[in-house]
Design a protein around this ligand. Structure first.
Ligand code: KG4
Ligand code: ZN
Length: 358
């Protein structure tokens, strides 16, 4: 008979300072005892994007308070936790260092095991915070820095079957919002304004839609939005139409590529019914959720989305991943260093840069 495990998770890879206490119940389900996320939106809003040094300074200023609040909300102290997990990459080194160092320090002085977590694995396992999911599953991870299709075989066992060859999907949303002056962060702003526009008004490009398997590309679409945005200047109605058309194009691309990924996954898993998981910040988009839900059902996949509060960056997914890795004895030393690049599938080809042939 196992024991309930409780971990402290810490996340500072980008512009959210977060800490959380998560418990794994005896039946393997998760109980989030606290999840504190302090967003730096206000600080970065005026620059229309993240300024690394500003983000790092803000993490330093907030992290002690955020961890204390996570402990207090969970009515727990360091003695009662079984381990500490902190994001060690990928991300901005100046930012990662803040959470990683404090995590290592807490683990060191409280003599608890320490787990250095890959932020992408945090997103990949995050749907299990609110659903019981069995491995293997097909994952679409769509965030500000990554857009990938992965076969999740188990904790620490990933096979990448598709990735973006240029921009990440969240980045495309953020840049579109910036070009149309819709506000920051871009994803939620585009989603909000797209509701009021005519999605069929603009015909925008769907790069590599019929080639390169389930790899993705958004750079050509971004350029097309830029060209149109210059033409429409400040016409409110056209702006809304462009936001709506952009989002519709994204959905078309995701539907087409997800069908390719379904086929690929079925070659790997011979089960009658498989699971399709969508995670990461962009997974909060309701139109994307609805479209992928319908598509999954049509293809006999059970769709599972991260809970809305765990789509964007948070530390509950880091604590949960810490517990899962700890159970597999994947424990780290206190001399572990942050990594700016850290693919989940270390054998996956690097898909960016000049000379890429599709
Ligand atoms: O996972 P996340 O919080 O951070 C990274 O690991 O990158 O993802 C942030 C990204 C941003 O690009 C943000 O604009 C996008 O997720 N996002 C959305 C929505 N909410 C957040 N994109 C589209 N629709 C949304 N509702
Ligand atoms: Zn993230």
């Amino acid at each position: 008979m196992g024991k309930k495990l409780i971990f402290l998770g810490i996340e500072t890879s980008c512009d959210e300072t977060a800490a959380s206490i998560v418990q794994e119940n005896l039946d393997g389900t998760a109980k989030v005892l606290s999840s504190v996320v302090s967003s730096q939106i206000k600080e970065h809003e005026k620059f229309g994007g993240i300024v690394p040094e500003l983000a790092a300074r803000s993490h330093v200023e907030n992290i002690d308070f955020i961890i204390s609040k996570a402990l207090k909300d969970a009515k727990i102290n360091f003695e009662l936790i079984d381990g500490v997990a902190a994001t060690a990459g990928p991300g901005l080194i100046v930012c990662l260092t803040v959470g990683l160092n404090i995590g290592k320090a807490i683990a060191g002085f409280s003599e608890k095991p320490f787990v250095a977590v890959n932020h992408l694995e945090g997103h990949a396992l995050s749907p299990a915070l609110s659903n019981k999911i069995k491995f293997p599953y097909l994952l679409l991870l769509i965030s500000g820095g990554h857009s990938q299709y992965l076969i999740v075989k188990d904790v620490n066992e990933y096979k990448q079957i598709g990735t973006t060859i240029d921009d990440a999907l969240g980045e495309a949303f953020d840049k579109t919002a910036k070009m149309l002056n819709l506000g920051y962060p871009g994803g939620p702003a585009v989603e909000k304004f797209a509701k009021q526009g005519d999605k069929n008004f603009y015909k925008l490009p769907e790069p590599i839609i019929n080639k390169a398997g389930c790899n993705l590309s958004f750079a050509g679409l971004k350029t097309a939005v830029l060209l149109q945005s210059k033409k429409i200047k400040n016409d409110k109605k056209l702006k809304l139409n462009l936001a709506a058309s952009f989002q519709k194009t994204i959905i078309n691309i995701l539907k087409k590529k997800t069908e390719v990924a379904f086929k690929e996954f079925k070659r790997f898993s011979k089960k009658e019914k498989n699971v399709f998981v969508v995670a990461g910040g962009v997974a909060a988009n309701q139109s994307i959720r609805r479209s992928l839900e319908q598509l999954s059902k049509k293809n006999n996949f059970e769709p599972i989305f991260s809970d809305l509060k765990f789509c964007g960056d948070n530390a509950a997914m880091i604590a949960w991943t810490g517990i899962q890795r700890y159970k597999k004895k994947l424990i780290d030393n206190l001399n572990v260093e942050p990594k700016s690049r850290w693919p989940l599938d270390k054998f996956a080809p690097y898909m960016k840069g000049p000379g890429l042939k599709l």
